[in-house]
Design a protein around this ligand. Structure first.
Ligand code: PEP
Ligand code: MG
Length: 858
């Protein structure tokens, strides 16, 4: 791949795969206003940035989110991956070059984690700029279109004498060289130091002023008219910078630069400092009111449910239900409220009977709230004060909502949603609606709304619903979980500009990359439709092959099992070709009830599950319940740190009566041998021995002769480190990567702020898995992974390479995993695993894994 340099000009090749768009679309006034230079932006679909021409790397910040290259002819090309990505401090970026290195066109410069950046950055749009002051201008940059790496992107040429080389700029006439010199020492207050944006603002601030302006940090100096030179200073927050200026405007120049360094624009929300003369082409900073959602715009959001959809915008305006403030008498209003609550209870109970998994949990949460005595009491008190039933119910709910919001704890968001949902359901009932009426949708509807409640989502016509985009919301909210369970692609937290998209606009929702493309053009829509058709065909082929046993390309047997939490999960698992159940979370039988399920009840349920699996292995995990999931019939001591308290096997040994009952129920399942037992939260062999003794006692009690296989979950660092001694006592291992990651990284697995960093591909976790697999191999024990990492197709080659024999995943992903494994060889997996173990971060491991998988390969 070579970039040509015609007549002193230069053709730049596309450094990224993606869609090229005008700079105006970049949601940042510095880029959109061309304050750094002219060019265009690419909305990436690939995760590797390549050199657009031959040249030398002249700037690469520590955060590795941007790189500047100087062509042989002197043009300076800045490539800035995403917007506001300096704040990621290098997370998700891996540089393959260093400053001073010569590169050839097409050479790999930076790889990055597309998903992570889509989730965490303001935008994925990547400006590719010819930096002002380098003496080159853009001659031709082409239309918005799909580009592959190496496609011709734009043509640039040397600018006329007037604009060339601001680095060598002479003081303007009237400015006495060396005269009127001014200097000031300023401490950098900018959160991320002098990165691309502040550099552009400094250049802009001094543009209209005459004379020389220079910044010095430690032993480096930079001309204040060169963005690249300023970025190369490497000035960080807290550094002392000496600003020097000479000439007629020296005083104003020093003051303007000092303003930028003091962070005046950061406090002002990103607009240039007031003191700086504003270039006419700069658009105002994007605020909710100012943003125009124009054709071709790309709105980034947080991925709540992966997938892609092509369709039309359908605005879901949720009108507040009207209520009458004044009541018509206490007894009348009390009766109204009671009736409405009864109707809602009836509907929720009916829904619970047919729901499973997440949908069931949500229904149960609503039932629980409906009977909350404080809520009812509060509503009745409002009625007693003269309020109408609807008004009273709303007042009671809203008081709780306010109280929860005041906690400022993002984990309370789901509870708030549940309360508002319940408010709506009861008020609809009062108004004579039998539940949330199914809303009419046109075909291929991509529903846009400020927020959406679970009952509203359920009320939408699923056959016509192609996708969901919400201006607010979080990825762990109930509605997000429900969308994922329904397989509907969804983005949340897109921001208020979403609500300016006009009804009926053609949309491309890329909920893999976390972007909603508004009216992206016929060509792009057609390409997306082709991609969707390919995916659909691939999925169909995978489902067809899913019933066959799974072997790698070189013949190694890798079993793909499923995790199960209900009878319907087991049925889906069997339909999707799962070769057994690698983890039955028995908690589902124990929660939301007044007394523990009897032995007979448990046995009947396990038997039903065994039958649904048609004789395939059923791995029953003993009760993994703890202080964070209180059950009324098992009062536990209050714990400050429930995750570190009585949970898993510790609870079972603390209540041996419950353990014995459960063991007898498992041992009673026919045919013998279909069930195996799995023990959660083991930390040493003593715990295994205690449970084994209870198993032997139960076996003798029911007169069963055959032994039963007993496996251990490796989900604490202790058990991974002790795997050699544990292997002597256990028949198999099953690695619970959810808890293993939580305890290894010391990050709460439910913490929304840490969610992006809680990656089981962290090398520390992988090293524990490697150790576990080695210990198992020495004793010829089978090793499974049943934590969330087993459901991540990107991770499969690494896990297999580390020595894992069985993956137990969510039922829906089983066909995909099998297809993927069939294309792998053990040697390739082993190579990836050893490379992964040598990485220094989860991001680096993920980048490695993604390179193997390719974006659409997962
Ligand atoms: C795990 O910790 O990875 C696991 C499978 O158990 P659970 O998610 O049920 O805690
Ligand atoms: Mg666990």
């Amino acid at each position: 791949m070579r970039a040509t340099e015609p007549r002193g000009g230069l053709v730049l090749l596309s450094p990224l795969a993606g869609w090229s768009t005008p700079l105006d679309e970049v949601p940042d006034p510095v880029f959109a206003g061309r304050m750094l230079g002219d060019g265009l932006a690419i909305d990436p679909t690939g995760a590797t940035l390549h050199a657009p021409c031959d040249g030398e790397i002249i700037a690469l910040p520590e955060s590795k989110h941007a790189v500047t290259l100087r062509s042989d002819g002197g043009a300076e090309i800045l490539m800035h991956i995403g917007v506001d990505t300096v704040g990621l401090r290098g997370e998700g970026f891996e540089a393959h070059v260093t400053v001073g290195r010569r590169v050839a066109a097409g050479e790999r410069l930076i790889t990055f984690d597309l998903d992570l950046i889509a989730r965490r950055a303001k935008s994925l749009l990547t400006p590719i700029l010819v930096v002002d002051g380098g003496g080159f201008t853009v001659v031709r940059s082409g239309e918005s279109r799909e580009v592959a790496v190496g496609d011709v992107l734009m043509e640039i040429a040397p600018a006329g004498e007037a604009s060339a080389g601001s680095g060598a700029r002479e003081p303007e006439s009237g400015a006495a060289p060396g005269g009127d010199a001014q200097a000031r020492l300023v401490r950098v207050a900018l959160e991320h130091g002098i990165h691309a944006r502040p550099a552009a603002l400094i250049v802009s601030a001094v543009k209209a002023l005459s004379g020389e302006v220079e910044l010095a940090v430690r032993d480096r100096t930079a001309n204040a008219r060169s963005t690249v030179a300023l970025m190369k200073l490497g000035a960080r927050k807290g550094d002392e910078v000496r600003i020097r200026a000479a000439g007629r405007d020296a005083g104003r120049a020093v003051a303007a630069v000092a303003d930028v360094l003091a962070g005046a624009h950061e406090q002002a929300g990103g607009s240039p400092p007031a003191a700086a003369p504003k270039p006419t082409s700069v658009r105002p900073p994007q605020t909710a009111a100012a943003v125009e959602v124009r054709p071709g715009a790309a709105l980034p959001g947080v991925v709540a449910s992966r997938g892609m959809a092509v369709g039309q915008a359908v605005r879901l305006a949720v009108r507040e239900i009207e209520v009458t403030p004044a009541g018509a008498g206490v007894s009348h209003e009390t009766l109204q409220l009671q009736r409405a609550r009864e109707q809602v209870r009836g509907r929720l109970e009916a829904a619970r009977a047919s729901a499973s998994g997440t949908a069931r949990e949500i229904v149960e949460a609503h039932l629980e709230l409906l009977d909350d005595p404080e809520l009812t009491e509060s509503a009745l008190a409002h009625i007693a004060d003269g309020a109408g039933a609807g008004h009273a119910w709303r007042q009671a709910i809203r008081a709780d909502v306010e109280a929860l919001r005041a906690l400022g704890d993002p984990r309370m968001a789901e509870r708030v949603d549940d309360l508002l949902d319940l408010e709506r359901q009861v008020l609809l009932s009062m108004n004579g609606h039998a539940g949330a009426a199914a809303q009419d949708l046109p075909p291929d509807a991509i529903v846009l709304a400020a927020e959406l409640l679970p009952s509203q989502l359920v009320g939408l016509d699923a056959a016509r619903l192609a996708g969901i985009c919400l201006a607010a919301g979080g990825a762990t909210s109930h509605v997000s979980i429900l969308a994922a369970a329904m397989g509907v692609p969804a983005l949340v937290a897109v921001g208020p500009s979403l609500l300016r998209v006009v009804e009926g606009t053609a949309l491309l929702l890329d909920a893999d990359a976390g972007v909603l493309h508004v009216d992206p053009g016929a060509e792009r829509l057609a390409a997306a439709r082709r991609q969707l058709a390919l995916r659909t065909a691939r999925r169909a082929a995978e489902r067809e092959a899913a019933q066959q046993d799974c072997y790698t390309a070189d013949g190694a047997r890798i079993e793909v099992f499923a995790n199960v939490g209900s009878l319907s999960d087991a049925q889906t698992a069997a339909r999707n070709g799962a070769e057994g159940c690698g983890l039955l979370r028995t908690e589902f039988l124990f929660l939301e009830r007044e007394t523990a399920p009897s032995e007979a009840e448990q046995q009947a349920e396990y038997q039903r599950l065994a039958e649904a699996l048609a004789g395939k292995p059923l791995t029953v995990r003993t009760l993994d319940i703890g202080g964070d999931k209180p059950i009324p019939y098992l009062p536990m001591p209050a714990e400050e740190n429930p995750a570190l308290g009585l949970r898993g096997v510790r609870t079972s040994l603390w209540r041996p009566d419950l353990l014995r009952q459960q063991l007898r129920a498992i041992l009673g399942v026919r045919p013998y041998g279909q069930c195996r037992i799995l023990l959660p939260m083991i930390t040493d062999v003593a715990e295994i021995r205690s449970v084994r003794a209870a198993i032997e006692e139960a076996r003798a009690g029911i007169g069963r002769q055959e032994p039963i296989e007993v496996g251990v979950m490796i989900e604490t660092p202790a058990s991974a480190l002790m795997a050699d001694s544990i292997a002597a006592e256990a028949d198999f291992f099953s690695i619970g990567t959810n808890d293993l990651t939580q305890y290894t990284l010391a990050m709460d697995r439910g913490h929304p702020e840490l969610a992006a960093r809680l990656d089981a591909l962290h090398p520390a976790v992988l090293r524990l898995i490697a150790r576990t697999a080695q210990a198992a191999q020495a004793r010829k024990r089978m090793v499974a992974v049943c934590g969330g990492l087993a459901s991540d197709p990107v991770a499969a080659p690494i896990l297999i390479g580390l020595g894992v024999h069985e993956l137990s995943a969510v039922p829906a992903i089983v066909p995909r995993l099998k297809a993927l494994i069939r294309g792998l060889t053990l040697a390739e997996c082993a190579g990836m695993a050893s490379e992964a173990l040598e990485q220094t971060s989860a991001e680096a491991v993920r980048a490695l894994a993604l390179r193997r998988a390719g974006r659409d390969g997962v």
